[in-house]
Design a protein around this ligand. Structure first.
Ligand SMILES: [Zn+2]
Length: 61
């Protein structure tokens, strides 16, 4: 069994967002930009992004 590693977790998921439209990964310098809709998807230009971390939690449950 693999143990959850908070450091690796942070590295992999902190500041990483996924486009709800085309599932492209987007790296954001900080969460404030996401909230202000300043970060757009590189591929489709959508601002509908979700944190990558949420997906992991859903899978674990
Ligand atoms: Zn997109």
């Amino acid at each position: 069994m693999e143990k959850a590693n908070p450091i690796a977790d942070n590295r992999l998921f902190k500041g990483v967002y996924v486009c709800r439209n085309c599932k492209a990964k987007i790296r954001a310098p900080n969460a404030k930009l996401i909230r202000l809709n300043k970060v757009r998807c590189r591929r489709c230009g959508s601002i509908a992004l979700r944190p990558k971390h949420k997906e992991l939690r859903k899978l674990k449950v």
